[in-house]
Ligand binder design. Structure first.
Ligand code: SAM
Length: 295
Protein backbone atom coordinates (compact mmCIF):
# COMPACT_ATOMS: atom_id res chain seq x y z
CA UNK A 1 0.00 0.00 0.00
CA UNK A 2 2.78 2.40 1.04
CA UNK A 3 4.71 1.57 -2.15
CA UNK A 4 1.59 2.30 -4.21
CA UNK A 5 1.08 5.72 -2.55
CA UNK A 6 4.73 6.73 -2.99
CA UNK A 7 4.62 5.60 -6.61
CA UNK A 8 1.39 7.51 -7.23
CA UNK A 9 2.75 10.72 -5.68
CA UNK A 10 5.93 10.38 -7.71
CA UNK A 11 4.01 10.06 -10.97
CA UNK A 12 1.89 13.09 -10.12
CA UNK A 13 4.94 15.12 -9.17
CA UNK A 14 6.68 14.24 -12.45
CA UNK A 15 3.57 15.26 -14.35
CA UNK A 16 3.39 18.61 -12.50
CA UNK A 17 7.08 19.29 -13.13
CA UNK A 18 6.65 18.55 -16.86
CA UNK A 19 3.60 20.80 -17.06
CA UNK A 20 5.48 23.53 -15.19
CA UNK A 21 8.49 23.26 -17.55
CA UNK A 22 6.23 23.18 -20.58
CA UNK A 23 4.33 26.25 -19.39
CA UNK A 24 7.44 28.30 -18.85
CA UNK A 25 9.22 27.06 -21.97
CA UNK A 26 6.27 27.82 -24.22
CA UNK A 27 5.48 31.10 -22.50
CA UNK A 28 9.06 32.22 -23.11
CA UNK A 29 9.26 31.27 -26.79
CA UNK A 30 6.05 30.38 -28.56
CA UNK A 31 6.11 28.22 -31.68
CA UNK A 32 5.46 31.36 -33.73
CA UNK A 33 8.37 33.25 -32.14
CA UNK A 34 10.65 30.23 -32.59
CA UNK A 35 9.78 30.26 -36.31
CA UNK A 36 10.44 34.01 -36.54
CA UNK A 37 13.90 33.70 -34.99
CA UNK A 38 14.68 30.55 -36.89
CA UNK A 39 13.90 32.32 -40.19
CA UNK A 40 15.87 35.41 -39.21
CA UNK A 41 18.94 33.35 -38.26
CA UNK A 42 18.72 31.26 -41.41
CA UNK A 43 18.29 34.23 -43.73
CA UNK A 44 21.11 36.15 -42.13
CA UNK A 45 23.69 33.41 -41.54
CA UNK A 46 22.63 30.19 -43.24
CA UNK A 47 22.62 28.50 -39.82
CA UNK A 48 19.69 26.14 -39.50
CA UNK A 49 18.20 25.66 -36.02
CA UNK A 50 16.45 22.32 -35.92
CA UNK A 51 13.63 21.60 -33.46
CA UNK A 52 16.06 19.60 -31.34
CA UNK A 53 18.23 22.71 -30.91
CA UNK A 54 15.31 24.84 -29.76
CA UNK A 55 16.45 24.72 -26.12
CA UNK A 56 19.86 26.14 -27.12
CA UNK A 57 18.22 29.02 -28.95
CA UNK A 58 15.96 29.66 -25.95
CA UNK A 59 18.84 29.80 -23.52
CA UNK A 60 20.85 32.16 -25.78
CA UNK A 61 17.78 34.37 -26.19
CA UNK A 62 17.24 34.49 -22.43
CA UNK A 63 20.83 35.68 -21.98
CA UNK A 64 20.37 38.38 -24.62
CA UNK A 65 17.11 39.61 -23.09
CA UNK A 66 18.73 39.77 -19.66
CA UNK A 67 21.67 41.75 -21.07
CA UNK A 68 19.39 44.22 -22.85
CA UNK A 69 16.99 44.51 -19.88
CA UNK A 70 14.05 43.38 -22.02
CA UNK A 71 11.13 41.18 -20.92
CA UNK A 72 9.54 40.40 -24.24
CA UNK A 73 10.98 38.16 -26.94
CA UNK A 74 9.11 40.20 -29.57
CA UNK A 75 10.73 43.42 -28.36
CA UNK A 76 14.12 41.76 -28.83
CA UNK A 77 13.09 40.51 -32.27
CA UNK A 78 12.14 44.07 -33.27
CA UNK A 79 15.48 45.34 -31.98
CA UNK A 80 17.61 42.87 -33.96
CA UNK A 81 15.44 43.28 -37.07
CA UNK A 82 15.97 47.04 -37.12
CA UNK A 83 19.51 47.44 -35.79
CA UNK A 84 22.35 45.89 -37.82
CA UNK A 85 24.84 46.03 -34.94
CA UNK A 86 22.40 44.29 -32.58
CA UNK A 87 21.82 41.67 -35.26
CA UNK A 88 25.58 41.02 -35.43
CA UNK A 89 25.73 40.62 -31.65
CA UNK A 90 22.77 38.25 -31.72
CA UNK A 91 24.29 36.09 -34.48
CA UNK A 92 27.51 36.06 -32.49
CA UNK A 93 25.62 34.76 -29.47
CA UNK A 94 24.11 31.79 -31.32
CA UNK A 95 27.29 30.50 -32.99
CA UNK A 96 29.26 27.49 -31.78
CA UNK A 97 32.94 28.39 -31.69
CA UNK A 98 34.54 25.16 -30.58
CA UNK A 99 38.03 24.77 -32.07
CA UNK A 100 41.59 23.84 -31.17
CA UNK A 101 45.15 24.00 -32.45
CA UNK A 102 46.07 21.21 -34.90
CA UNK A 103 42.46 20.04 -35.01
CA UNK A 104 42.38 16.98 -37.25
CA UNK A 105 46.16 16.65 -37.62
CA UNK A 106 45.72 14.59 -40.82
CA UNK A 107 44.66 17.75 -42.68
CA UNK A 108 47.86 19.50 -41.66
CA UNK A 109 49.94 16.49 -42.69
CA UNK A 110 48.27 16.62 -46.11
CA UNK A 111 48.88 20.36 -46.28
CA UNK A 112 52.55 19.93 -45.51
CA UNK A 113 53.29 16.82 -47.53
CA UNK A 114 50.99 17.13 -50.52
CA UNK A 115 49.42 20.56 -50.94
CA UNK A 116 52.46 22.79 -50.33
CA UNK A 117 54.77 20.79 -52.66
CA UNK A 118 52.03 20.82 -55.35
CA UNK A 119 51.56 24.57 -55.05
CA UNK A 120 55.30 25.17 -55.23
CA UNK A 121 55.45 23.09 -58.39
CA UNK A 122 52.62 25.07 -60.00
CA UNK A 123 53.62 28.55 -58.93
CA UNK A 124 57.42 28.42 -59.25
CA UNK A 125 57.49 28.72 -63.06
CA UNK A 126 55.29 31.82 -62.68
CA UNK A 127 57.73 33.39 -60.19
CA UNK A 128 54.78 33.66 -57.82
CA UNK A 129 56.14 32.90 -54.35
CA UNK A 130 53.03 33.81 -52.36
CA UNK A 131 50.60 31.18 -51.06
CA UNK A 132 47.18 32.62 -50.33
CA UNK A 133 45.10 30.82 -47.70
CA UNK A 134 41.60 31.52 -46.40
CA UNK A 135 40.44 30.13 -43.08
CA UNK A 136 36.67 30.60 -43.41
CA UNK A 137 34.87 30.26 -40.07
CA UNK A 138 38.13 30.63 -38.17
CA UNK A 139 36.53 31.03 -34.73
CA UNK A 140 39.10 32.14 -32.12
CA UNK A 141 42.12 31.77 -34.40
CA UNK A 142 43.57 28.35 -33.56
CA UNK A 143 43.04 27.11 -37.14
CA UNK A 144 44.69 30.05 -39.00
CA UNK A 145 47.53 30.16 -36.44
CA UNK A 146 48.15 26.44 -36.95
CA UNK A 147 48.29 27.02 -40.72
CA UNK A 148 50.61 30.01 -40.27
CA UNK A 149 53.04 28.09 -38.03
CA UNK A 150 53.08 25.17 -40.40
CA UNK A 151 53.72 27.42 -43.40
CA UNK A 152 56.54 29.17 -41.54
CA UNK A 153 58.08 25.81 -40.69
CA UNK A 154 57.70 24.32 -44.17
CA UNK A 155 58.09 27.02 -46.81
CA UNK A 156 61.61 27.52 -48.11
CA UNK A 157 62.82 31.05 -48.88
CA UNK A 158 61.60 33.15 -50.78
CA UNK A 159 58.17 31.58 -50.35
CA UNK A 160 55.68 33.09 -47.92
CA UNK A 161 52.03 32.68 -46.95
CA UNK A 162 49.31 35.27 -46.59
CA UNK A 163 46.28 34.12 -44.57
CA UNK A 164 42.81 35.65 -44.34
CA UNK A 165 40.88 34.44 -41.29
CA UNK A 166 37.19 35.29 -41.24
CA UNK A 167 34.21 34.63 -39.03
CA UNK A 168 30.75 35.93 -38.22
CA UNK A 169 31.55 35.99 -34.50
CA UNK A 170 33.09 39.30 -33.46
CA UNK A 171 33.94 37.99 -29.99
CA UNK A 172 35.89 35.10 -31.50
CA UNK A 173 37.70 37.35 -33.96
CA UNK A 174 38.84 39.55 -31.08
CA UNK A 175 40.35 36.53 -29.32
CA UNK A 176 42.09 35.58 -32.56
CA UNK A 177 43.45 39.08 -33.10
CA UNK A 178 44.74 39.20 -29.55
CA UNK A 179 46.52 35.87 -29.96
CA UNK A 180 46.61 35.00 -26.26
CA UNK A 181 45.69 31.44 -25.28
CA UNK A 182 45.34 30.10 -21.74
CA UNK A 183 47.39 27.00 -20.83
CA UNK A 184 44.49 24.61 -21.40
CA UNK A 185 44.01 25.86 -24.95
CA UNK A 186 47.51 25.11 -26.20
CA UNK A 187 47.22 21.43 -25.38
CA UNK A 188 48.10 19.63 -28.62
CA UNK A 189 50.60 22.22 -29.81
CA UNK A 190 53.92 20.39 -30.32
CA UNK A 191 56.62 21.55 -27.91
CA UNK A 192 58.96 22.94 -30.52
CA UNK A 193 56.12 25.07 -31.95
CA UNK A 194 55.30 26.36 -28.47
CA UNK A 195 58.92 27.35 -27.91
CA UNK A 196 59.43 28.87 -31.34
CA UNK A 197 56.16 30.68 -32.05
CA UNK A 198 54.68 31.54 -28.63
CA UNK A 199 55.89 33.62 -25.71
CA UNK A 200 55.13 32.32 -22.22
CA UNK A 201 53.09 34.93 -20.34
CA UNK A 202 51.06 34.94 -17.13
CA UNK A 203 48.46 32.15 -17.33
CA UNK A 204 49.13 31.16 -20.90
CA UNK A 205 50.89 31.76 -24.19
CA UNK A 206 51.05 34.71 -26.55
CA UNK A 207 51.45 34.14 -30.30
CA UNK A 208 54.59 35.87 -31.56
CA UNK A 209 54.35 38.82 -33.96
CA UNK A 210 56.08 37.02 -36.84
CA UNK A 211 53.12 34.60 -36.94
CA UNK A 212 50.46 37.22 -36.21
CA UNK A 213 51.68 39.31 -39.12
CA UNK A 214 50.88 36.52 -41.55
CA UNK A 215 47.14 36.70 -40.76
CA UNK A 216 44.43 39.25 -41.41
CA UNK A 217 41.33 38.68 -39.23
CA UNK A 218 38.14 39.91 -40.88
CA UNK A 219 34.44 39.90 -40.13
CA UNK A 220 32.74 38.01 -42.93
CA UNK A 221 29.40 36.29 -43.26
CA UNK A 222 29.67 33.27 -45.54
CA UNK A 223 26.20 34.01 -46.93
CA UNK A 224 27.82 36.74 -49.03
CA UNK A 225 30.65 37.02 -51.55
CA UNK A 226 33.88 37.64 -49.68
CA UNK A 227 35.45 39.51 -52.56
CA UNK A 228 38.50 37.22 -52.16
CA UNK A 229 39.90 35.80 -55.39
CA UNK A 230 42.71 33.46 -56.43
CA UNK A 231 43.02 31.75 -53.05
CA UNK A 232 45.35 28.74 -53.21
CA UNK A 233 43.92 26.95 -50.19
CA UNK A 234 40.59 27.31 -48.41
CA UNK A 235 39.92 25.79 -45.00
CA UNK A 236 36.26 25.74 -44.05
CA UNK A 237 36.04 23.05 -41.43
CA UNK A 238 33.17 22.35 -39.05
CA UNK A 239 31.11 25.26 -40.34
CA UNK A 240 28.98 23.71 -43.07
CA UNK A 241 27.43 21.28 -40.57
CA UNK A 242 25.42 24.18 -39.15
CA UNK A 243 23.98 25.07 -42.58
CA UNK A 244 21.16 23.38 -44.45
CA UNK A 245 21.81 21.90 -47.91
CA UNK A 246 20.89 25.02 -49.88
CA UNK A 247 23.23 27.25 -47.84
CA UNK A 248 25.99 24.65 -48.01
CA UNK A 249 25.77 24.54 -51.79
CA UNK A 250 25.67 28.33 -52.14
CA UNK A 251 28.71 28.63 -49.83
CA UNK A 252 30.65 26.03 -51.81
CA UNK A 253 29.85 27.89 -55.04
CA UNK A 254 31.19 31.10 -53.50
CA UNK A 255 34.39 29.25 -52.55
CA UNK A 256 34.75 28.18 -56.17
CA UNK A 257 34.66 31.83 -57.22
CA UNK A 258 37.21 32.77 -54.57
CA UNK A 259 39.71 30.05 -55.50
CA UNK A 260 42.53 29.89 -58.04
CA UNK A 261 42.76 27.15 -60.68
CA UNK A 262 44.38 24.00 -59.21
CA UNK A 263 43.67 25.13 -55.64
CA UNK A 264 42.65 23.08 -52.58
CA UNK A 265 39.60 22.99 -50.31
CA UNK A 266 39.53 21.38 -46.85
CA UNK A 267 36.21 20.81 -45.11
CA UNK A 268 35.55 19.12 -41.75
CA UNK A 269 36.04 15.37 -41.57
CA UNK A 270 32.35 14.86 -40.81
CA UNK A 271 31.37 17.07 -43.74
CA UNK A 272 31.12 16.11 -47.40
CA UNK A 273 30.29 17.54 -50.83
CA UNK A 274 28.84 14.19 -51.80
CA UNK A 275 25.58 14.58 -53.72
CA UNK A 276 25.97 18.34 -53.94
CA UNK A 277 26.80 18.35 -57.63
CA UNK A 278 29.75 20.74 -57.42
CA UNK A 279 32.68 21.16 -59.80
CA UNK A 280 35.21 20.25 -57.10
CA UNK A 281 37.06 16.98 -57.42
CA UNK A 282 37.57 14.64 -54.51
CA UNK A 283 41.24 13.93 -53.68
CA UNK A 284 42.33 11.02 -51.52
CA UNK A 285 45.91 11.01 -50.30
CA UNK A 286 47.68 8.79 -47.79
CA UNK A 287 47.23 11.55 -45.17
CA UNK A 288 43.73 12.91 -45.66
CA UNK A 289 40.95 13.55 -48.14
CA UNK A 290 40.05 17.01 -49.46
CA UNK A 291 38.79 18.70 -52.61
CA UNK A 292 40.44 20.36 -55.56
CA UNK A 293 39.43 22.95 -58.12
CA UNK A 294 41.34 21.73 -61.17
CA UNK A 295 40.28 24.37 -63.69
C1 SAM B 1 32.82 25.10 -34.77
S1 SAM B 1 33.64 26.55 -35.31
C2 SAM B 1 34.89 25.88 -36.36
C3 SAM B 1 36.22 26.57 -36.19
C4 SAM B 1 37.37 26.00 -37.03
N1 SAM B 1 37.10 26.11 -38.43
C5 SAM B 1 37.64 24.57 -36.65
O1 SAM B 1 37.31 23.65 -37.42
O2 SAM B 1 38.19 24.33 -35.58
C6 SAM B 1 32.46 27.19 -36.47
C7 SAM B 1 32.65 28.68 -36.76
O3 SAM B 1 31.85 29.04 -37.91
C8 SAM B 1 31.38 30.34 -37.71
N2 SAM B 1 30.21 30.60 -38.57
C9 SAM B 1 28.96 30.05 -38.48
N3 SAM B 1 28.17 30.57 -39.42
C10 SAM B 1 28.92 31.44 -40.13
C11 SAM B 1 28.65 32.28 -41.25
N4 SAM B 1 27.44 32.34 -41.83
N5 SAM B 1 29.65 33.05 -41.72
C12 SAM B 1 30.88 33.00 -41.15
N6 SAM B 1 31.20 32.23 -40.09
C13 SAM B 1 30.22 31.45 -39.60
C14 SAM B 1 31.05 30.39 -36.22
O4 SAM B 1 31.00 31.71 -35.73
C15 SAM B 1 32.19 29.57 -35.62
O5 SAM B 1 33.23 30.36 -35.16
Amino acid sequence: MLIFVVYHVEIQLTAYISLFTLYFMSSFLSDGDFELFRKLIYNQSGIHFSDTNRAILESRLKEQLREKGLNEVRAYYDLVSKDKEELKLFLDSITTNLTRFFRNQAHFDALEKYVIPELIKIKKPLNDFKIKVWSAGCSTGEEPYTIAMLMKETLPSPWFAEIVASDISLKSLMVGKEGFYADARVVGVPDHYLKKYFTRVDGGYQIRDEIKQMIRFDYHNLMYDSGLRNMDVVFCRNVLIYFDEASQKATIERFWEAMAPKSFLFIGHSESLFGMNTKFEFVKTEWATFYRKYI
